[in-house]
Design a protein around this ligand. Structure first.
Ligand SMILES: [Zn+2]
Length: 74
């Protein structure tokens, strides 16, 4: 798998570095990653809603990696 955005690689390993970029009238807010500029919107309960396909793929991959590293300890 080749990442479409090479800047996203550290994020896939270390996690995104989100900062709030917008707050909407309906108490949702938009967060943007300072590294890869991935945008995440929180709902009114503060839960993340991930709208970008690339990031959901990264999340799936991360989950698989996490399972693998748990499965094969050093
Ligand atoms: Zn990021």
């Amino acid at each position: 798998m080749k990442p479409t955005n090479p800047k996203a690689l550290p994020c896939a390993i270390f996690g995104h570095n989100f900062e709030r970029s917008k707050t909407y009238m309906d108490h949702t807010s938009e967060l943007i990653c300072r590294h890869c500029e991935a945008v995440v919107v929180t709902d009114s309960h503060g839960n993340f809603e991930n709208h970008t396909v690339v990031n959901s793929q990264i999340a799936d991959t991360l989950q698989q990696l996490y399972r693998l590293t748990r499965h094969f300890p050093k």
